[in-house]
Design a protein around this ligand. Structure first.
Ligand code: C5P
Length: 445
C-alpha cells in the first residue's frame, strides 16, 4: 500500500518550492493530499496542487463533509509535512486551533509531523515564534531550523526553506524508519538534545595547490545528521571538504584542516549531549606549508621529503575534557568511527580504550564498502564490553542503530542497568538491531 502523506502548505513565497517536494513525494510512490491554507493559494493555485498530486485540494472542511475530512485526513496519514510552515501557521498549531482543514488535520494526526519553517529572520527569531516552535517540539513534532541564505527581498539570514530534496530525504526517513511494533511512531528520543556530528575528510596543505587528504565523501556523517534530526535532535554538523547539500535542519560548519575541525568540534561540543566523530581526520600534517607552489628543479633529483607533525586527536581531546568535567555528572556520549582494513576485535578494543570514547564503530574498507558508497556495515564496540553487529545496508540504517546505542548510553548513564537483566525481562527478543531498539524503548518506559 502506498504511504499516505499530507503536505500542508502555509502562506509563504517558498510555497513554490513545495511543488518540487510534492513531485518528489509522488514520484517515490506516496499518495499525497495537499492541504494549503487559504492564503497559500495566493502564491500557488489549487490547479497546480491538484494536477501535481492527482488528488482534490481544499482549504476548508466544508466540502465532502460526508467523509468527515477534518478528522479523516489526519487519522489516516502516515506522515504530515508542512512546508513552508509560516509563523502564523505554527502559532495556530501550537495554540491547538482548528479553524481550517490544515490545523484540524494537525490536531488529529497521530503519525510523525514535520514542520519546515520559512519566514524572514526577524519573524523566526521573535520570542513568540521561538516559544511556539519549542511547544510544538515538546509535543513531539519535528520542527526544522530554517536554512540560512538569501530571503525573498535583498536581505539574507536564517529563514530560508531547506532544499526540497533534503526535506524529502527526511520525510522518506520518517516514513521508513523503525520496525512496526518496536518503535512508536512518534519516538523522538533525541528531542531537546544537542548533538555534534563530524563528517568528510580533512585536508592538510602542502603548498597553495596540493594537500594530503583522504577519500571520505561525508555520506555516513550526513546520514547520521539526518537521522538525528528525524529523532528530534538539534544537530551541528562539522563538515570537512564535503560536496553534499546541507541536511535540512542542521547547522553546518565548514572546515578544511584537522586543526580547524578540532576548534569547531570543541566549541560546538561544549554543551552537547553526544559527539559522533564520523570524519576521517588526518593524523599528520606537513610541518611547513610552502607559500609558493613547489616545482621540479629540473636536475632529476628526488625532491626534499615532506616532514610531518602530528595533528591534535579530537576524540581523545573530547574524552580528556569530559574526564575533567565529570564532577558535574553531565556525561557526554562520545562515538568514534574507524574505517579499517584490519577489523579484528583485538585492534578495535585497543583503539576504543586508547581513544577513551564510549562507542567505536568499526567499518571495513574495501569489498565494495566504505568511502563514497551508499551502503555500509559495521561492528560497534562499547566501553562496557558489549558488541553490536550492524549488517550491510544503507548508511541511514547504520546511523539509526548508532543513535539507538547513543540513546541507550544517555539513559544508562543516569540509571545503570545490567543488560543481562533486560534480556531476562524481555524473553524471546530477536538478536541484533531490533534487540537494541526494544531494549532502548523498554528502558525509557
Ligand atoms: O585513529 P583513527 O584515525 O583511526 O581514529 C578514528 C576516529 O578518531 C574517528 O572517529 C576520527 O574522527 C577520530 N580522530 C580524531 N582526531 C584525529 C584523528 C582521528 O578525532 N586527529
Amino acid at each position: 500500500m502506498p504511504a499516505r502523506v499530507v503536505l500542508g502548505v502555509g502562506a509563504g513565497i517558498a510555497a513554490y518550492k513545495a511543488c518540487e517536494l510534492l513531485r518528489l513525494l509522488t514520484e517515490s510512490g506516496s499518495r499525497v493530499r495537499v492541504v494549503p491554507t487559504a492564503d497559500a493559494l495566493r502564491f500557488v493555485g489549487e490547479v497546480t496542487w491538484a494536477a501535481l498530486s492527482g488528488e482534490p485540494v481544499t482549504t476548508q472542511p466544508w466540502t465532502g463533509v460526508e467523509d468527515v475530512p477534518h478528522v479523516r485526513l489526519g487519522q489516516e496519514a502516515d506522515l504530515v509535512v508542512v512546508a513552508p510552515a509560516t509563523a502564523d501557521l505554527m502559532a495556530r498549531a501550537a495554540a491547538g486551533m482548528a479553524d481550517d482543514l490544515l490545523t484540524a488535520t494537525l490536531l488529529t494526526a497521530r503519525c510523525p509531523v514535520l514542520f519546515a519553517p520559512a519566514m524572514h529572520t526577524e519573524m523566526w527569531e521573535h520570542p513568540a515564534t521561538q516559544a511556539n516552535v519549542a511547544l510544538l517540539r515538546h509535543r513531539g513534532a519535528i520542527v526544522l531550523d530554517p536554512a540560512v541564505g538569501r530571503l525573498t527581498g535583498k536581505d539574507s539570514g536564517a529563514g530560508r526553506l531547506p532544499e526540497p530534496a533534503e526535506i524529502f530525504a527526511l520525510a522518506t526517513h520518517l516514513l521508513t524508519r523503525g520496525h512496526p511494533g518496536t518503535r512508536p511512531a512518534r519516538d523522538n528520543d533525541l528531542a531537546g538534545r544537542r548533538v555534534v556530528v563530524s563528517a568528510g575528510g580533512t585536508r592538510e596543505e602542502i603548498d597553495p595547490v596540493r594537500f594530503i587528504g583522504n577519500w571520505s565523501s561525508g555520506l555516513q556523517g550526513y546520514a547520521l545528521a539526518r537521522t538525528a534530526i528525524a529523532r528530534g535532535a538539534e544537530v551541528t554538523l562539522v563538515a570537512a571538504n564535503v560536496s553534499l547539500s546541507d541536511p535540512a535542519g542542521a547547522k553546518v560548519v565548514r572546515v578544511t584542516s584537522a586543526r580547524e575541525m578540532h576548534d569547531a568540534v570543541m566549541a560546538a561540543a561544549a554543551t552537547a549531549a553526544a559527539v559522533v566523530m564520523a570524519a576521517a581526520v588526518a593524523d599528520y600534517r606537513p610541518a611547513t606549508r610552502h607559500q609558493a607552489k613547489l616545482k621540479k628543479d629540473g636536475t632529476g633529483q628526488a625532491p626534499e621529503p615532506i616532514h610531518l607533525v602530528e595533528n591534535p586527536d579530537i576524540l581523545a581531546a573530547l574524552a580528556t575534557r569530559r574526564t575533567a568535567a565529570s564532577k558535574t555528572g553531565n556525561e557526554q556520549v562520545l562515538v568514534g568511527f574507524a574505517a579499517e582494513t584490519d577489523t579484528s576485535p583485538q585492534a578495535a578494543k585497543a583503539k576504543l580504550a586508547r581513544k577513551g570514547c564510549d562507542l567505536l564503530v568499526v567499518n571495513p574498507v574495501g569489498n565494495g564498502l566504505g568511502f563514497g558508497t551508499a551502503d555500509n556495515e559495521a561492528v560497534v564496540y562499547r566501553a562496557d564490553g558489549s558488541v553490536t553487529e550492524i549488517p550491510r545496508g544503507p548508511k541511514e540504517a547504520l546511523a539509526d542503530v548508532v543513535w539507538d546505542l547513543v540513546a541507550c548510553n544517555l539513559k544508562l548513564s543516569v540509571t545503570p542497568v545490567n543488560p543481562d537483566k533486560i534480556h531476562r525481562k524481555l524473553p524471546g527478543l530477536i538478536e541484533g538491531v531490533s534487540t537494541w531498539r526494544v531494549v532502548c524503548s523498554h528502558l525509557s518506559r
